[in-house]
Write a protein that binds this ligand. Structure first.
Ligand SMILES: [Zn+2]
Length: 93
């Protein structure tokens, strides 16, 4: 089961960009489950492909959350405390 879902996620990420919410909704699992899957996938993607993270951005001030290595979405902007953040997106390239 788990292996199948991870393989499906890898296929989706090769075809396009997805957010945690979109992946969780697609597989009807919690975001925590998707985060676990992504942590596994990032170690198992065959080279030279890589799991890429396009960082989340603040819709209030435009702040970009660069240099993050975590897969969870931040809850608020550290600059303006806005909670309306464009979620990070994942893809395999
Ligand atoms: Zn902000």
């Amino acid at each position: 089961m788990e292996l199948t879902r991870r393989q499906e996620i890898m296929t989706m990420l090769r075809d396009g960009e997805w957010t945690l919410d979109e992946l969780a909704r697609n597989f009807v699992v919690s975001k925590k489950v998707i985060i676990d899957d992504l942590e596994h996938i990032t170690r198992s993607v065959p080279r030279p492909a890589r799991l890429q993270i396009r960082p989340p951005t603040c819709e209030g001030c435009g702040y970009r959350f660069t240099g993050r290595s975590r897969f969870s979405d931040p809850s608020r902007c550290p600059m303006c405390k806005n909670e309306h953040l464009a979620p990070q997106r994942f893809r395999i390239t």
